[in-house]
Unconditional design. Sequence first.
Length: 309
Amino acid sequence: MTSYQRGTIPTSIDETMAMLESADYLAGTALATVLFLSLRMKRPLFLEGEAGVGKTEIAKVLAKALDRPLIRLQCYEGLDVSSAVYEWNYPAQMLEIRLSEASGTTDRSSIERDIFSEKYLIRRPVLQAISGEPGRAPVFLIDELDRTDEAFEAFLLEVLSDFQVTIPELGTIRAQEPPIVIITTNRTREVHDALKRRCLYHWVDYPKAEQELEIIRRKVPGCSAALSQDIVAYVQKLRTLDLFKNPGVAETIDWATALTELDRLALDPETIADTLGTLLKYQDDIARIEGSEGRRLLSEVQSEQRAAG
């Protein structure tokens, strides 16, 4: 198997897969390929998919494997420049003005130069991301971009085009080396095509059964092989239902951990009903699975396990 040297940019798709696997992130060839190309071409990577499929984790794994700082911009409705890019430390500036006045300083231009200096600049995620050192450019995670409004999206488009920010009082700050940009969205709204065109794109789907089973083996080593198979088979069937929110990989891991802590060796209706809160997060979904639907799924899983024998 191809090995990976920590802290280096992968030189092949196989090495990219090895890099991800070194941090226990199991990726298919398609994801490894687009991630490899994103790193080599120095283009932002746009990851779309349902919540809980591991999009954010890719940025965390990348920062750990490459030994780079991880800077996260968590998007939300109403996010503005002062929260995302920079702002001035107004209380400290006012204190400096009063101290200058108390000391008899009357040169307004001198005071202005002093208070609008780096000393009083508060760097938010965007400015932090473009201020990285050459060879140590951070991994810049723009998480859940679809939660922001179109105005901020347009501003971000400009930042990603030139990797620079203009601060009227200081001038333009340019990235000596562009950060490694990972953008995620849960597709609650469509992101404008102009931004997508500047990125490489990948849809992150739920893992297949074999892959999810391997994830449990790595993340919950105390979970027995038989129970792990039951858990994965049950979760995979849950995702075929019309639930309000399908369980993600993180919920599968939580459920496996909970059942292991309870010393369960197999699934049964009572155990499932008692622990559904670790797997499903909406009462309507829980109520549906607590009833006949949940028992039907368990019966199917057990029948398939006996047939596989």
